[in-house]
Design a protein around this ligand. Structure first.
Ligand code: 5GP
Length: 138
């Protein structure tokens, strides 16, 4: 996988405001925060999208996320927040190294804005069956 800005942050080649680090995970402040405290959580493993991430790195991030969310809540005083994870340019991914955003939602105007054009479930039974079968082979 090609080097990204995040692999350079992991190696220390590019500076960041680090908030957490262990063998598998790094968390640091987003350079363009949607609200104060906007934090990025990344695996050190250089996977481009979440579906490519190993179970080991996924487990390490999953274990940490709630703790990092609590820390962001404590420091910003903001109870409400979004956790966002984009995969692919069409889904607003700009840096092709897996990352989770923790974005405080201090007010209606700050933090993450979401367009949510909800539709209606069609062929739900068939879709659920097919996905459930795919889970076993994925
Ligand atoms: P994406 O759209 O890929 O989910 O989000 C990438 C995020 O990385 C953006 O929120 C952007 O502000 C952040 N970002 C891009 N370059 C840098 C950088 O050099 N340092 C830090 N700390 N964040 C960055």
């Amino acid at each position: 996988m090609a080097d990204t800005i995040f692999s350079k942050i992991i190696s220390g080649e590019i500076p960041s405001h680090k908030v957490y680090e262990d063998d598998l995970v790094l968390a640091f402040l987003d350079i363009g925060p949607l609200a104060p405290g906007h934090t990025l959580v990344i695996p050190k493993e250089p996977a481009q999208t979440l579906d490519q991430l190993s179970d080991e790195s996924a487990a390490a991030i999953g274990r940490l996320l709630p703790r990092l969310c609590r820390a962001v809540q404590t420091v910003t005083g903001c109870r409400e927040y979004n956790v966002l994870q984009n995969n692919g340019p069409g889904a607003h991914q700009a840096v092709f190294h897996v990352h989770f955003h923790i974005i405080p939602k201090p007010s209606e105007d700050a933090g993450l804005g979401i367009r949510w054009p909800a539709g209606k479930v069609e062929d739900g039974a068939e879709m659920a069956k097919r996905i459930s079968e795919a889970v076993t082979t994925s």
